[in-house]
Design a protein around this ligand. Structure first.
Ligand SMILES: [Zn+2]
Length: 167
């Protein structure tokens, strides 16, 4: 079962959910086919994305749980090169996952400290940061990851809407 959402309605649609949702997408449409599960060990939410059959996937991180990628999001393994979008209430993370496992593992080692530092910072401050400061922090982190060879971008909601298709 999957619900089809037009690209123009995607922010309005996802913001109604208080849990993670996701699926795959095409040029004009987003398909909502998965809902979050909770990891029994650490209480964190996650979704099983259709990596096996799709090369364009998306999911949504609701504000209370943190609007930034989890380490698992950044280190997903795929069989084919995959574009992964993470929607938040302030913008979209755009992540290109390379299907080459060796280069992924190397990047994982190089970037782990960057992500850990960023994650700790956000855990402490995300409730008190303004949206504007959140977006600046996200762009700075994405730039630092790119400098280490990681293909990650953050674009604001306005930039996404203006470009119509960052995809
Ligand atoms: Zn995620």
């Amino acid at each position: 079962m999957s619900k089809r959402i037009h690209i123009n309605d995607v922010f309005r649609y996802v913001s109604k959910f208080d849990h993670e949702i996701g699926g795959h997408y095409t040029r004009d449409f987003f398909f909502h086919s998965v809902n979050s599960q909770t990891n029994a060990t650490n209480g964190r939410q996650f979704v099983f994305l259709p990596f096996e059959t799709k090369t364009k996937v998306w999911h949504y991180h609701p504000r209370p749980y943190g609007m930034w990628p989890s380490f698992e999001d950044l280190t997903a393994r795929t069989k084919k090169d995959t574009r992964s979008l993470i929607f938040t209430d302030v913008g979209v993370w755009i992540l290109n996952i390379v299907a080459n496992i060796d280069s992924q593992i190397e990047l994982l080692h190089i970037t782990r400290h960057l992500w850990t530092e960023f994650h700790r910072h956000m855990l402490h401050h995300h409730h008190s940061l303004s949206d504007r400061d959140t977006m600046t922090t996200f762009k700075t982190f994405a730039r630092a990851m790119r400098e280490h060879g990681y293909n990650l971008k953050f674009i604001t909601k306005e930039e996404f809407i203006r470009s119509k298709s960052p995809i």
